[in-house]
Design a protein around this ligand. Structure first.
Ligand code: IPD
Ligand code: CA
Ligand code: CA
Length: 260
């Protein structure tokens, strides 16, 4: 199947989702799926429209989406992994840092990734083996190779306690990195690694839809994605370390893996 065509459909779907998010921005209501884990009408409407658009083109493909989307019937090698709104807490507070994330696997391997930031009209894309782009221009990771000069980001679990290893890892790196931030959108953090805006991002609390598109965009931007221990990454395991691929990767991995 033509990957450029698949990417085109993913981009169309991401824009449809992004338009829906912006359309709902002034009038949504939110509720908690679990404590502090929010969902709005916009998440649900975006997921439905993204699914309908892709499904209308590829009726036999499989789907996994955050807001209940699960189509596993058939034996298509293709599976779309969708987060219709990554950064829901930001969205609910009108903090403009959120995105639509759409990844496509073939036989379990990510082949296409799209992340769309509707506030900045930024469309991050990647096709496996063909590089990563931002609004059709090639992007690449930064060159920083020491933690002391690095801008890092981390995602922490919702409502976590101060003794959680994820918090202790954050504090540990805070002592040595130039900057450590927490932003509320894992998908956009991955795009920032891929485009050299930041140097590293890690988390041990993400779901497949938070990471699927982004890890391909990082790799195609020239970056590296492993577990925090430096082992092979899987989208189904919440253990991600993504960097620009310099010696920063092992420097961070050595620190992070020592904290349990
Ligand atoms: C969340 C964001 C956030 C991460 C959370 C995710 P959502 O996704 O990616 O950065 O820290 O773990 O759940 O809920 O806004 O789609
Ligand atoms: Ca998410
Ligand atoms: Ca979401």
């Amino acid at each position: 199947m033509d990957r450029t065509e698949l990417l085109g459909v993913a981009q169309e779907a991401a824009r449809i989702g992004g338009d829906i998010l912006q359309d709902w921005a002034g009038r949504f209501t939110s509720r908690e799926k679990s404590p502090a884990n929010l969902v709005t009408e916009a998440d649900l409407a975006s997921e439905k429209a993204i699914f309908e658009h892709i499904h209308s083109k590829y009726a036999d493909h499989r789907f996994l989406g955050e807001e209940g989307l699960l189509r596993e019937e058939g034996n298509s090698p293709y599976r779309w992994i969708i987060d219709p709104l990554d950064g829901t807490s930001n969205y609910v507070h009108h903090f403009p840092y959120y995105a639509v994330s759409i990844g496509l696997e073939c036989d379990g391997e990510m082949i296409v990734g799209v992340i769309f930031d509707p506030n900045r009209d930024e469309m991050f894309t990647a096709i496996a083996g063909e590089g990563a782009k931002l609004n059709d221009h090639r992007i690449e990771v930064s060159a920083a190779d020491e933690l002391s000069e690095a801008m890092c980001m981390a995602s922490l679990p919702i409502r976590t306690d101060r003794d959680n290893p994820a918090v202790r890892r954050f504090l540990d790196v805070l002592e040595v990195a130039q900057t450590v931030q927490r932003t509320g959108s894992a998908a956009l953090n991955l795009c920032s690694v891929a485009s050299g805006r930041i140097d590293a991002f890690w988390s041990t609390s993400l779901m497949p839809w938070d990471m699927a598109a982004g890890i391909l965009i990082v790799r195609e931007g020239g970056g590296k994605v492993t577990t925090c221990e430096g082992e092979q990454f899987s989208v189904h395991v919440p253990n991600l370390l993504s960097t620009n691929g310099t010696s920063l990767h092992s420097e961070l991995s050595e620190r992070l893996q020592d904290i349990e």
